[in-house]
Write a protein that binds this ligand. Sequence first.
Ligand code: BG6
Length: 501
Amino acid sequence: MTLQKKPTILVIFGSMGDLTWRKLAPAIYNLFLAGQLPEQFAVFGLDIKEGSTDVFRQRLKDGLDGFCNCGDIDEETWTAFTANLSYISGDFADPATYASLRDQLQALEKKWDASAIHVFYLATPPGIVETIVKGIGVAKLAHDKQRARIVVEKPFGHDLASAVALNGVLTAVVDESQIYRIDHYLGKETVQNILAFRFANTLFEPIWNRRYIDHVQITVSEEVGVEHRGSYYEHAGALRDMIQNHLMQLLCLFAMEPMVSFDADEIRNKKVDVLKAIRPITDEHIHSVAVRGQYGTGWMQGQQVPAYRSESGVASDSATETFAAVKLLVDNWRWQDVPFYLRTGKRLGGKVSEAMIQFRPVPHRSFPATATPDWQPNRLTVHIQPEEGIRLHFQAKQPGSSLHLSPVDMHFTYRETFKTRSPEAYETLLSDVMLGDATLFMRADQVEASWSILMPILNAWKNSVPADFPNYPSGTWGPEAAQVLIAQDGRSWFQPILEAR
Ligand code: BG6
């Protein structure tokens, strides 16, 4: 059954900001082109900046020109798309802003002769979220649980205490069921496919456990540095920016028990179970389960790039990590003693997101050693980006009269199989908010459980200034300590396969 979208008004707080420009504008436009917006649909852009509807439209157009994969925009389509876009300039701390918004929402619904879904999208810096949520609350814009939804971007707090406080602010105004916390990784097509791969096939689930799996590696590496976000990143670092949310969510999808139904809370409950089973990190073990790094200058694609400490908005003696790797254990029946190694960093040797499941070696080698010089245990890699697909690595006999085995790959790619563009994460997520489907969004308990796991590391790192920063040159795969982290268990990081440029 396809759910029908009801008349919807999307209100974007921070509509002149970076997120709207880069991500939301392309997503809304692509949904429009695909005919996936409701017939009655409007966008109100709210921002403190002086502006007009024309300026707002132009800003969105610039976003499409720069960041949309939607080709040339023809005049007629653009006019149709922008017919229902309007701009409200206002101070988020001023009750008059919300009163004016309420009047405009009511006027539009009257014109439509329909009660619309109201999506309040907070595309703003975290510092202003509380003010906006309170403004929405005072103006009673969200008291209808069925019709009003609030979308919140990460970061959800800076640590456990602030995440609990933020959740408190939100739930004082709206019900948990009205809150859509975005982790854009969950909107990626390949990430959603993890559940299909695991639970829509009989083949893999029986071996998806400690009896057959030796360990799991999750890598999210980026080539970019902090770009223009130095002042935000200085207070975040890789553990907060990436591991607390994106990598932990990936871990949950790989480790969770089968869901009984495809229901938002059922799936989210199963993910929370994983987080609750993660072995607490004790102070004496931190150095052996968590390492950090910071990029120095180096070479990327023939260009010399600056060190993190020379980036704009970054302190010249910054102790912020741009690389983090952690080893986590999930203490339950399925995963006891199977390590999950997570690593992420900026200015690494390639842009890759993938998870690799390393299976155990065969229990007995029946083939002569001469036939199997390159014997490797099976490996399954889920490629999330830029390549999208799944690769199974196994042994095959080479053609010929002599007995010689070599490792080969069975490889599924989205590109070749489906021959269609995967929707961008924000398209999927926006569409789901409009439909009221919270499956791909983070619930308060997930966010808090994830912070709880990482708090010992965050505290330890805060209290000890790293003496060796910068400890990896840009363009490499991170600090040596990351190799040591995994080598102490007799394992090594699997080198991601980079797509040809
Ligand atoms: C964001 C982080 O959540 O994810 C950024 O704040 C990071 O620092 C980005 O660059 C990576 O997302 P993607 O989709 O490009 O892998």
